[in-house]
Design a binder for this molecule. Structure first.
Ligand code: ATP
Ligand code: MG
Length: 173
């Protein structure tokens, strides 16, 4: 089933506003389109987006800025999350999507799982996630996700089958 993905993303992205306030960060959000019908698995989308967004807030010091841009192109969702945080050294960049990898010397707590999980989910969608960073200046994650049936993980279709089964059972009982 298709649904409008924009209101769903807005809810998720704007839910970080209170965190921005608490952390004394400015938070810029741009949605380039008001609406876009799409196939998406809301649970998996939520995990991908919130991992990247929560990192941006976690690794940016007070007075800094987090920016989100959401756009669509050729039936793909393009979402960038930029921050003016401490950045990631070039030598660490290739490993940030590895399980349990954390940049040495970070004072922030974490398990190094968030981006590994995000990458797994992105791969499942046949999407892409890229990172650019300059140490001491900031980091940008760019997420590209197909939002047609082609990009929908099989697990999402299984959920639909389950729902069908349930309704058949109800009819016969
Ligand atoms: P968690 O499992 O709680 O998410 P984590 O945040 O340490 O723990 P990841 O989200 O996988 O783990 O990130 C891996 C590492 O990449 C982080 O420990 C951090 O060193 C670095 N990193 C990720 N995002 C950023 C960012 N926006 N700015 C600077 N460093 C980052
Ligand atoms: Mg994290």
């Amino acid at each position: 089933k298709q649904a409008d993905i924009v209101p769903f993303l807005k809810l998720m992205v704007y839910s970080f506003e209170s965190m921005a306030e608490r952390a004394q960060l400015s938070y810029d959000v741009v949605f380039k389109k008001m609406s876009k019908m799409a196939y998406f698995d809301s649970d998996k989308l939520e995990k991908m987006v919130s991992n990247v967004l929560s990192n941006a807030f976690k690794y940016t010091e007070k007075g800094g800025k987090v920016s989100v841009v959401v756009d669509f192109e050729n039936d793909k969702l393009l979402m960038s999350v930029s921050d003016t945080g401490n950045g990631i050294a070039q030598e660490d960049l290739p490993y940030v999507f590895d399980r349990f990898y954390r940049v040495e010397g970070s004072e922030k707590k974490g398990s190094g799982i968030g981006l590994a999980l995000t990458k797994e989910l992105v791969d499942l969608h046949q999407g892409e996630i890229k990172v650019e960073s300059v140490l001491g200046e900031g980091t940008t994650f760019l997420l590209t996700l197909p939002i047609t049936l082609v990009g929908l993980p099989k697990s999402a279709l299984v959920i639909d089958q389950e729902a069908t089964k349930v309704s058949i059972n109800n009819n016969s009982g």
